[in-house]
Design a protein around this ligand. Structure first.
Ligand SMILES: Nc1ncnc2c1ncn2[C@@H]1O[C@H](COP(=O)(O)OP(=O)(O)OP(=O)(O)O)[C@@H](O)[C@H]1O
Ligand code: SF4
Length: 288
């Protein structure tokens, strides 16, 4: 690590292998649900895989609720903040969110850019993530102060930083997803691929998938833009029940299910492909 890179953020992230930033152009498309399910699925991929999930949706943090961790206290140790473990003593799914710091559920954060930036720097520089295979970061919709702060602190010190974009199939959501994509190009953030959420509806009686809205728009956008398509997730009433449940639940409850497993596999394959490209370009750079 060069002196310029020896920052608190660099020290905290040096044992984090991949960082996946989850983006969506539009609000309410299921970005937090996808972040949660991606983290759960990655954790379930092997008995030793360790995953962190950082919620930087500062004005609307929903990860604690989705993981059944609402109201959990955060411990401050002499060596920084201890993340909240969604799986108790196993400690393979750690979580940090501004939601843990609010006095009560439903309180809101009304901060300007500099204060948000300071909070994000603190999350990245003070949380004791330890060794992680993946750190999944849930962000607010659109591209705002939070996204710029994340990149400002992480891009100079971490080489395996990438994004996934979540969209729904409707044209308005796809237009906003395109804006997200253009943001990633402007800031040179590699995109692993696109996930289409709320793609069809799973009948709770027979499991049949019906296309209530349009479907396939995300896949079409991925093809057009030369992105990996990481999978489509149907509207699933079971998922709403699980995510909205106030009671803590087993964190792997949905992880083995088909569409999430496909999304996890798509993401891991895209990460492997991106790592290969990096290796090849490093080899080319050194041989020229
Ligand atoms: N595939 C799905 N099937 C059924 N319900 C879903 C699905 N994806 C998300 N939801 C539900 O839609 C609502 C919004 O989801 P979520 O909070 O993940 O969206 P978001 O894009 O993160 O929102 P925000 O813009 O507030 O950050 C939640 O109630 C969630 O349970
Ligand atoms: S999908 Fe099948 S079970 Fe569901 S409402 Fe239609 S016919 Fe009934």
């Amino acid at each position: 690590m060069s002196a310029a890179q020896d920052t608190p953020v660099a020290r905290r992230l040096q044992h984090v292998n991949h960082i996946i930033i989850v983006l969506s152009g539009k609000g309410g498309v299921g970005k937090s649900s996808v972040s949660t399910q991606l983290a759960l699925s990655l954790r379930a991929s092997s008995p030793t895989t360790r995953v962190g999930i950082l919620d930087v949706d500062l004005t609307g943090p929903s990860i604690p609720r989705m993981l059944g961790l609402d109201g959990h206290p955060v411990h401050q140790s002499s060596d920084g903040w201890v993340p909240v473990y969604a799986d108790g003593v196993e400690a393979r799914l750690s979580c940090m969110s501004v939601g843990f710091l609010l006095k009560k559920r439903g309180d809101s954060v009304v901060w300007r850019g500099p204060k948000k930036n300071a909070m994000i720097r603190q999350f990245l520089g003070d949380v004791r993530w330890g060794e992680l295979d993946y750190l999944v970061i849930d962000t607010p919709p659109g591209t705002s102060d939070e996204h710029l702060s994340l990149l400002e602190h992480m891009a100079p010190v971490h080489s395996k930083l990438s994004a996934v974009i979540v969209t729904t199939p409707q044209a308005v959501a796809l237009m906003d997803a395109m804006k997200c994509l253009s943001f990633t190009k402007a800031v040179s953030l590699p995109v692993l691929g696109l996930i289409e959420n709320m793609s069809g509806y799973v009948c709770p009686c027979c499991g049949e998938i019906s296309n209530v809205f349009s479907t396939g728009g995300g896949e079409e956008m991925a093809r057009r833009e030369g992105l990996h398509f990481l999978g489509s997730l149907p509207v699933d009433t079971d998922l709403v029940t699980l995510l909205d449940a106030a009671e803590p639940k087993g964190p792997e409850s949905r992880a083995e299910e088909g569409s999430f497993e496909l999304m996890r596999r798509g993401t891991v394959q895209a990460l492997d492909a991106a790592t290969e490209v990096n290796k090849t370009s490093v080899l080319n750079d050194t041989s020229s």
